[in-house]
Write a protein that binds this ligand. Sequence first.
Ligand SMILES: [Zn+2]
Length: 387
Amino acid sequence: MSGTFVLSGTSIFDGESIHDGCGLLISEGMIAGFSQLENLPTDCPQVKISSGLLAPGFTDLQVNGGGGVLLNQQPTMSAIETICKAHLQFGTTGLLPTLITDTPEITTRAIEAGIQASSAGVPGFLGLHLEGPHLSPGKKGAHYPTLIRQMSDDDCDQLIAAKAQLPNLMVTVAPESVSNEQISRLAGAGIVVSLGHSEATFEQAKAARRAGASCLTHLYNAMSPLTHRKPGMVGAGLAPLGYHCGLIADGHHVDPDVIAISLAAKRGSGTIFLVSDAMATIGTDMKQFELNGRTIHRKDGHLTLADGTLAGADLELGSAVRFLVNEVGVELEEALRMACVYPQNCLYGTENRAVLAEGAQANIVHLDDGLNICGVWQEGEPLSDDL
Ligand SMILES: [Zn+2]
């Protein structure tokens, strides 16, 4: 339903708190009003939701694939469309398609595809995330070791030129492969610099933060741990340095008790937000796929290389929210903020575009009492049956 309508009938979480007896006036893809029902117009179509909760759509800043495609395998605009559509049914209304370490040629093609997707206005496309290749071989995870390399000044220039044509660009880099001067240049150009796949010390992470890095990629996974004498990157993520931290909440990447401890410990202006790190499997029943010529196997809710190394996640943000609430004991409102508000804080700073308020894009999810996604509106358009 495009045009103008009123969405009401159940509780609404606006990104801050839950409201009852209210409705949303949606017009031309935007929220034109959010108030008590008696203040909303009655002379336009009314969409009544009888139970559950309406909340802002989710934003996922690390999505390698979905709907059977992987950006590395198909660095094209059509693959980006497929990935965005595959995640929409799970409540994700905006995402960053993410390229895992690959060759310079594939990286260039992915950037071109992103620029095309931006010009075409692909629904849900918020920009690109390039995870690697400037990482630490010692924390390679599933990244192909011989493709990992130091950042050259040409690489830095290419990223800055790409950002000029993309709505958002996030890069995951390791301080071992990127200088603080390069981090400053990237951040100065508006690129979100996230540290990951790194054995950096707390001091190195602190120096990178001063240089302009603002995020840590999948907290705990593929990074120097927090120990009693060496706070490492995890310590830098939790300390009040202002780092935002992506987190994969699937029960395989980080223990639920460690998630609870981390949420209690996190201080300062940064947040811990959910990412899926999803691969091609999302929205499909495929059991395996290829990454850089290697087979990744899907079994029991996780994805691994033949040697057992975790290779992305068999996860989308709807499941991650349920995991936080049901297995970690996170309050529902905070779990939702971790899926819809905090990722936006990481991308846009304190300007919060996710809150359901007048003037915001009408990106809305409907969750039932079991927190299953049973409806999605993206820019005011309901999820169509052909997804
Ligand atoms: Zn990774």
